[in-house]
Write a protein that binds this ligand. Structure first.
Ligand code: NAX
Length: 327
């Protein structure tokens, strides 16, 4: 039997948490032979902690063979103690009348505290995935607040955007979602992201040649992927939860166990590739192997793509400027 891996999940009593924990505990994230200990963080509030206990009761009632323990707490220093993987899902949602700037600052406080706690008590090679919005900037803040940890270990979730786009491409071309290779989403996890199928192939054929419709790309595909989150809120009255949890599972699964040469999208601190300033947490195409990701380099960026990349980068730079005083 393998040694259990410690996985922290914040916002564990929330919607995404409810769609996520059972799949982690059943082995879908780290493998069907990998026991896990869940370390669950919720806010210090009676209702949230009670809800968390309810989730734990359900976890117990699943009798998952791989679930080697559960810790619940309101203290990040307890939640992140010795963790190998940290899924930072909990964040402050935008309240009525709240400006974007206020939202950024409220979340900056949370992710500063959590970054410091990870720095203090997590495993030195902890893999951190930030899901809570604004995910890229929250990941940047946590990374900056954890100077003793490798910045490369802080990532943001763009996999939901990646998966949403694959599903749109599958519908357009009649091919299966798993047949696509070399697809990526650049930039911020926000409607400014740029889903890019210029390099994508399906069964050896070039997707751009199969579709061959730049008007569809600019006016249907890109906006549909960018506004998918809003479309789900409009339809469900709640934001994406099951698909977000699924994307988090995919992101960590591939990071830890490898993507087998396939490109996946991860929000990672830039190494300066593609003119993205170093440190900005940006969606890039990566492959993963042996627990490490590698940014795909030297792809040609045409004028159309550069325009979209500039827009999403500008938004990230504005967010970064908005929290600069705190770091
Ligand atoms: P919920 O409001 O259902 O749950 C969030 C939970 O986090 C709550 O239980 C709350 O008590 C807890 N929480 C808040 N602050 C916390 C803190 N400081 N420490 C620990 N727990 C804390 O939201 P849910 O639908 O689960 O969404 C969670 C986050 O994911 C939101 O920020 C949301 O915007 C973001 N999303 C990110 C996506 C992505 O692709 N990156 C897609 C889905 C989702 O919109």
């Amino acid at each position: 039997m393998k040694t259990p891996v410690r996985v922290a999940v914040t916002g564990a009593a929330g919607n995404i948490g409810y769609a996520l924990l059972f799949r982690i505990a059943s082995g879908e994230m780290l493998g069907k032979d990998q026991p896990v200990i869940l370390q669950l963080l919720e806010i210090d509030n009676e209702k949230a902690q009670a809800a968390l206990q309810g989730v734990v009761m359900e976890l117990e009632d699943c009798a998952f063979p791989l679930l080697a323990g559960v810790v619940t707490t309101a203290d990040p220093l307890v939640a992140f103690k010795d963790v190998d993987v940290a899924l930072l899902v909990g964040a402050r949602p935008r309240g009525p009348g709240m400006e974007r700037k206020d939202l950024l600052l409220e979340n900056a406080k949370i992710f500063t505290v959590q970054g410091k706690a990870l720095n203090a008590v997590a495993k030195r090679d902890v893999k951190v995935l930030v899901v809570g919005n604004p995910a890229n900037t929250n990941a940047y803040i946590a990374m900056k607040s954890a100077p003793d940890l490798n910045p490369k270990n802080f990532t943001a979730m763009l996999r939901l955007d990646h998966n949403r786009a694959l599903s749109q491409l599958a519908a357009k071309t009649g091919k299966t979602v798993d047949s696509f290779e070399k697809f990526t989403v650049w930039g911020n996890h926000s409607p400014t992201m740029y889903p890019d199928y210029r390099f994508a192939t399906t069964g050896g054929a070039k997707v751009a040649e199969l579709i061959n419709d730049q008007e569809w790309n600019a006016n249907t595909f890109i906006p549909t992927v960018g506004k998918r989150g809003a479309a789900i809120i409009a339809a469900r009255g709640l934001s994406s939860a099951a698909s977000a949890a699924n994307a988090a599972i995919d992101h960590v699964h591939d990071w830890v166990l490898g993507s087998n040469g396939k490109w996946v999208t991860m929000g990672v601190p830039s190494d300066g590739s593609y003119g993205i300033p170093e440190g900005v947490v940006f969606g890039f195409p990566v492959t993963t192997e042996n627990g490490e990701y590698t940014i795909i380099k030297d792809l040609p960026i045409d004028d159309f793509s550069q325009k979209y990349i500039d827009i999403t980068l500008n938004e990230l730079e504005e967010e970064r400027a908005g929290v600069a005083d705190l770091l």
